[in-house]
Structure formats: C-alpha cells, structure tokens
Write a protein that binds this ligand. Structure first.
Ligand SMILES: Nc1nc2c(c(=O)[nH]1)N=C([C@H](O)[C@H](O)COP(=O)(O)OP(=O)(O)OP(=O)(O)O)CN2
Ligand SMILES: [Zn+2]
Length: 147
C-alpha cells in the first residue's frame, strides 16, 4: 500500500491532482559528512507530485496521470541517481542526489513538461520520502506577476 499522508499545499487553482509513485533507486552522497550515505546504497523512494490548474484538456484531464509516471518513475526507477549526469553533479553540492535535491529535480522535470501544455498547470509541491523516518517537501517560490 502506498503512503497516504503528506502535507497539503495552499493554492488558488480549481483542480488539484496528486500522483503517488514508488521508485527503487540507488545513490551515494559524495561528501565525508554524509557518513555511511557516502557509500552506494538503495532506497524505495516514495514520491508524491501535486499539480494544480484551472483548465482540463479534451480528455477531461488536468494532466494524464500516466504522463507524470512516465517522466518521473520510468526515468529513475531501477537506476543509480548519480548516473543521471544531466541532473546530478558530484562536484557541486547543489546537485548531489540528496533528498532535497531529488525533490527539487523532480519538480524541475515535471514543471518543464507542464510548461509545454497550453493549459499551463503548475507543479505546486513535490514530496519525497527516502526512508521510513526521513522526507523532504519542495515547493516552488511564488512568482511575482509582471504588470
Ligand atoms: N538532510 C539530509 N540528510 C540526510 C540525507 C539527505 O538526503 N538529506 N541523506 C542521508 C542518507 O542518504 C540516508 O540514506 C538517509 O538517512 P537517515 O534517514 O538518517 O537513515 P536511517 O535509516 O539511518 O534513519 P534512522 O531514523 O536513524 O533509522 C542522510 N542524511
Ligand atoms: Zn540514501
């Protein structure tokens, strides 16, 4: 059974969808301060992506759930996160595959996909649980509307 409880996010959109995913992946944090986590090890990440918007497409979807699964789950499942050199970088701590960076990276991947849709939905929250006792929530900063 998938994890059912995660933080709610405030927004003014009419529709909100949530997609839960389990992602089996390995990683390591290339820094001595990471302790045992500097060695390659694996997790079954639990990921929840929250997308909000005001317009549905011709199928009555805000976004097809399977599209979210394809770009997140199918990209990372059964991979070594550090091997995704286009997303993570062992020479820059802002791009180490920590839970924080994984959450932010998933947001970037999802929002880039949504930016190509004319209904312009927004990814308003990404929740990543790395272990039974540790999780991170990433929310984008609100954009200031230009006049
Ligand atoms: N802020 C962060 N701290 C740690 C991260 C991280 O991504 N962000 N990652 C790790 C390790 O990757 C580790 O896999 C997870 O750490 P932790 O929750 O401490 O693992 P435990 O199962 O040992 O937790 P216990 O609650 O002590 O059993 C480390 N820190
Ligand atoms: Zn880990």
């Amino acid at each position: 059974m998938l994890q059912q409880i995660y933080p709610q996010v405030q927004h003014d959109f009419q529709y909100e969808l949530n997609k839960d995913m389990h992602i089996a992946a390995a990683h390591f944090i290339p820094n001595d301060e990471a302790g045992k986590c500097r060695f390659v090890h694996g997790h079954t990440y639990f990921v929840n992506v929250t997308i909000a918007g005001d317009e549905l497409d011709d199928s009555g979807f805000l976004v097809n759930f399977s599209r979210i699964k394809k770009i997140v789950h199918d990209r990372f499942d059964h991979t070594v996160l550090n091997d995704h050199k286009d997303l993570f970088n062992e020479n820059d701590s802002d791009f180490f595959p920590t839970t924080e960076v994984v959450a932010r990276t998933i947001w970037e991947v999802v929002q880039k996909e949504l930016d190509g849709m004319k209904s312009a939905p927004k990814c308003v929250q990404v929740y990543v649980r790395e272990t039974p006792t540790s999780y991170v929530v990433f929310r984008p900063k609100k954009q200031v509307e230009k006049e």
